[in-house]
Each structure stands twice: as structure tokens, then as C-alpha cells.
Design a protein around this ligand. Structure first.
Ligand SMILES: *Cc1c(COP(=O)(O)O)cnc(C)c1O
Length: 501
């Protein structure tokens, strides 16, 4: 299988090239150049496999320039080396006859990004060797909280790679901050940036586009790369857990093999939800994909009207990983639903860049409406859902997951469709414990507790265990104290890499 660009400017790209480059030179995203559809026989046989073996089978379909041995190594290192507490990294918990939660947060950073960022470094080192010019890769990431830590954990001590994470000094929770500044590893660097997430992200984007700076790095043997969710190597691993979740429902007796399910995903950059769409294209029986947003409801409006308009106020919410106005991975879906019209996709993306909006044609919009159902949850609705899910099902759902469940309930109310649904749960409730505790305990919550004390409080009161990676964070040694302003990020990188500018 080869890959091509959504904007038509690149084709016959191998898997290892797509992973190494991350983004196509024409600005487009890499997508497979043929549909990968499982035969009925294959679909039936995969049900008996454990996560590891299922992962190997699915990766094999897409990483066709990797040897089987390489693929097995990648999967074993990612999912079987003790980073996930059990053989199944993505268990399914049944809340009602129709609502089932696919828990994607049992990895080392307690958020779903681990599912992909544990295996991306494995893909990346091998791709770099295969495509290599011998340069050392420097992963550069601006984070609003979850991606940075997951990238640090994924890439720590990986030979031939360094990782530098910039986080907004004012923009992450105490837990997220401590997760990052206590990060161990010989090749990891964490820098606070004075400002908000936008300042940090704009700074990183500028660095990628600064040709003179990149040339200096290149001369010293370094090449910049990103762990962003537009990399195909991050999307591919996400397809696996939709199959695994489906087969779990079969094994739990909730559905029979072949029954269609609905999938519900709390969405930010459109990566996780797009993976469910790819799973459906491969033959996973999916009836409807439910797209859940928070107050930044640009996708809800788009799926309802056909107009994507990012000219709106940016809202800071209690589900911060979904506070996004430009959902990059949507470009891949557009390519598909326009039946491969790269020119149209390029035009839409240019309009978005220049004017902040674009409108697709009515036929394409109708196609999308048949595949996706979209709604959003307000802040008050999200808080109420955290509380009611706990009270009704004795289950702790973090705010992102609760956005999904709230929208799922709106869907059932609007359509009456009670099809068994797999709802993606994207973070441990303990990672966003402040909102969760406030939602559940309200005024009862002792106001003097800090985020670390709140972990204990929430755990004791609800009789849920704190995930291992979040325990004792505030007692760990702070290893990263670096701070800069957006204007001096390049100097910081030079200092870290020991380069004089
Ligand atoms: C990243 C993230 C999301 C959004 O996922 P996308 O793939 O960007 O749509 C949702 N919830 C949590 C907790 C996340 O970290």
C-alpha cells in the first residue's frame, strides 16, 4: 500500500516515508491510496485475537514496507512492555444495555493519546532508519496538556530522537504540569512558555517555517519533526481499538458478530473520530458516528450546515483537549467524501487559511449527514453529566468523556435509536479531578484542597483507585525548570542542542 496527499501534490509514498515526513510538502495530509477492506472471513477470524495480535494484523495492512518482525517489535514494545496495566489496554465497561464505554486512558499518562504515542516512536525510529540521512530527529511539540506528556513518555530514551515540549505557563492544570516537569529520560526537555497555549503553538509553528533556523539545525545533524495527530503513524493505531472494542462487545454477549453499532467520540482535532470512520471503511459494522463537541462547536455547525467557520470566539472549557477551532484531520474526511477531489480539498483549506471559513457543496454535506450525527455539550451540561453518570451508574467519567455521553443522550432523544453504542472515554477522571469533584460534590467539596489532595479525596469518596502514574506526583523531583518567552523559543532549542546561533 502507498500513500498520497489529500491535496494532490504527492503520491506513491511508502508508510515509512509518510511517518517520517508527517505532513506532505504541498501542505496536505497523507492518506492510503487504496481502500483497505477486510474480507468476511478475516473479519470473523479477528474476533478471537487479543489486543496485541489484532494490532499486528491491522498494522500489517498499512505498514507494508515494514517486515512482519518489525511490526511485531513495534506492537510488543508499545502495548506489552508493562506500560499498560493489563494485556488489554482498552477495556469496555457497560453502563446500560446500549451504552458502553471504551476506556482509552489506562496508559502511562492517563489520557487516550498514549494509545497512539506509545507506538508512534517505534514506527518513527524504524522509518527514520529506512529513510534516513543519518540525522537525529528532534520532536517539537506545543501542548495544551495531554499531548506533551504522552509524547514525553512515548519518546523517552528512544535512540536517535530528542523531544522538546513547550507548555503554556498559564494554560495547564497542576497535575498536567507536574506530569511534565518531573519527566525522566535522557533525551527529554520541557520548557514553560510565558503566555497561553496559542502563544506556545504559534511559536512552534513559526520555528517549523523558519528555513534559516532549520538549515542551521540540519547542518548540525538535526531534523525537526512533530508528534502531532496529523501524522498517519498516530492515526493508524487508533483504528485498532475500535475493532477491539467491537469484538469485546461480541465476547461480552452485548451484540452478535456482524451486528451494527454506533460510535460516539468527544472530538477536538478530529483524529480519534476519524479513526472510527477508517475502521468502518475497513468493514467494521458501524451504523452512525456521533460527533461530540464542547462549547467550541465548530464541527457541530459544520456537520449541520456544510459551512466550516472558525471565525468565532475561542472558549476555554473544562474539556480543554477539545478546545480547538481548526480540526486538522477533517481534511482527510473531506478528501473521502468528495470522492478524491484533491483540488476541491486544496481550495477549501486555502479558504480556511485565508478567510477562516469554507462551504462544501450540498451533495457532500448530505453524504456527511448520513454518516455523522453531531451536537455539543455546554459547560453546565457537561458538569451535570459527570454528576448524573456517577449517580446513575456509579461510574466516574472525566469532562471530555462526559461531553460524549451528554451528546449520546441527545442523540437517543432526537432519534429514538437504541443501537448498542461504543462511547470513547478519553481521559481518566483523576486527570481532571477538580472539575469531576466539583461536579459531583458541589458545595460539600472542601475548598482548601489542592489538586493532589483532591486525588485522595475523590478516590476515598467514590471508592475508585487513583491510576498509578498520577500517584505521588507532587513528591517527585522537579527536573525541568526552564522558562522562556515566545520570542526566545529558538534560542532555547539552540541551548538544548548545544548549538550557537
Ligand atoms: C486529545 C484529546 C481529545 C480529542 O481528540 P482528537 O483526536 O483531537 O479529536 C479528547 N479528549 C482528550 C482527553 C484528549 O486528550
Amino acid at each position: 500500500m502507498f500513500y498520497k496527499s489529500t491535496r494532490g501534490g504527492a503520491k506513491d509514498i511508502t508508510f515509512s516515508q509518510a511517518v517520517k515526513k508527517g505532513i506532505s510538502p504541498d501542505g496536505g495530509l497523507f492518506i492510503p491510496d487504496e481502500n483497505c477492506v477486510l474480507t468476511d472471513e478475516e473479519f470473523k477470524n479477528l474476533v478471537s485475537l487479543n489486543y496485541r495480535d489484532l494490532a499486528i494484523e491491522i498494522v500489517k495492512k498499512y505498514a507494508t514496507d515494514f517486515t512482519e518482525e518489525q511490526i511485531v517489535e513495534c506492537v510488543d514494545n508499545a502495548y506489552c512492555s508493562g506500560t499498560f496495566p493489563s494485556e488489554n489496554p482498552a477495556p469496555v465497561t457497560k453502563l446500560t444495555d446500549s451504552l458502553n464505554v471504551l476506556e482509552l486512558w489506562h496508559g502511562p499518562t492517563s489520557a487516550f493519546k498514549d494509545m497512539a504515542l506509545q507506538i508512534l516512536p517505534e514506527f518513527m525510529t524504524r522509518s527514520n532508519k529506512m529513510q534516513g540521512d543519518g540525522k537525529e530527529i528532534v520532536i517539537l511539540t506545543a501542548t495544551s496538556g495531554d499531548t506533551g506528556k504522552a509524547a514525553l513518555e512515548g519518546f523517552k530514551d528512544v535512540p536517535g530522537i530528542k523531544v522538546i515540549v513547550f507548555y503554556p505557563e498559564e494554560g495547564v492544570s497542576e497535575i498536567q504540569k507536574y506530569q511534565m516537569i518531573t519527566q525522566e529520560g535522557k533525551n527529554v526537555y520541557v520548557v514553560a512558555v510565558k503566555g497561553n497555549f496559542d502563544d506556545a503553538q504559534t511559536g512552534v509553528k513559526k520555528i517549523f517555517n523558519d528555513e534559516a533556523f532549520c538549515k542551521i539545525l540540519s547542518d548540525k545533524g538535526y531534523e525537526l519533526s512533530s508528534a502531532n495527530s496529523i501524522n498517519w503513524g498516530r492515526l493508524l493505531p487508533q483504528i485498532i481499538y475500535y475493532f477491539h472494542g467491537y469484538y469485546s462487545l461480541v465476547k461480552q454477549g452485548t451484540i452478535s458478530l456482524g451486528d451494527a453499532i454506533n460510535v460516539c467520540v468527544p472530538t477536538g482535532n478530529f483524529g480519534n473520530i476519524l479513526a472510527s470512520y477508517y475502521a468502518m471503511k475497513m468493514g467494521l459494522p458501524v451504523n452512525r458516528i456521533i460527533c461530540a463537541s464542547n462549547d467550541n462547536n465548530v464541527l457541530t455547525d459544520f456537520l449541520h450546515t456544510g459551512t466550516y467557520n472558525s471565525n468565532r470566539e475561542f472558549m476555554t472549557t473544562i474539556s480543554p483537549a477539545m478546545d480547538i477551532l481548526v480540526s486538522s484531520n477533517l481534511e482527510r474526511l473531506l478528501y473521502d467524501v468528495t470522492v478524491g477531489d484533491a483540488e476541491a480539498v486544496a481550495t477549501y483549506m486555502n479558504e480556511l487559511k485565508n478567510n477562516g471559513f469554507y462551504t462544501i457543496d450540498a451533495k457532500t454535506s448530505d453524504t456527511l449527514k448520513n454518516l455523522f450525527w453531531a451536537a455539543y455539550a455546554t459547560e453546565a451540561e457537561t458538569m451535570a453529566t459527570v454528576k448524573s453518570v456517577y449517580e446513575r451508574y456509579n461510574y466516574l467519567a472525566d469532562p471530555h468523556t462526559s461531553v460524549g455521553i451528554n451528546v449520546y443522550e441527545k442523540y437517543v432523544q432526537a432519534t429514538g435509536d437504541k443501537t448498542v453504542t461504543l462511547a470513547a472515554s478519553t481521559a481518566s477522571p483523576f486527570k481532571f479531578n477538580k472539575s469531576v469533584a466539583e461536579a459531583i460534590f458541589g458545595d460539600e467539596l472542601p475548598s482548601e484542597l489542592n489538586e493532589f489532595e483532591l486525588l485522595e479525596y475523590l478516590s476515598e469518596k467514590t471508592e475508585n483507585a487513583i491510576p498509578e502514574p498520577l500517584k505521588g506526583l507532587d513528591k517527585k523531583e522537579v527536573l525541568h525548570k526552564s522558562l522562556c518567552v515566545p520570542e526566545t523559543m529558538e534560542e532555547k532549542i539552540a541551548e538544548i542542542l548545544n548549538i550557537s546561533l
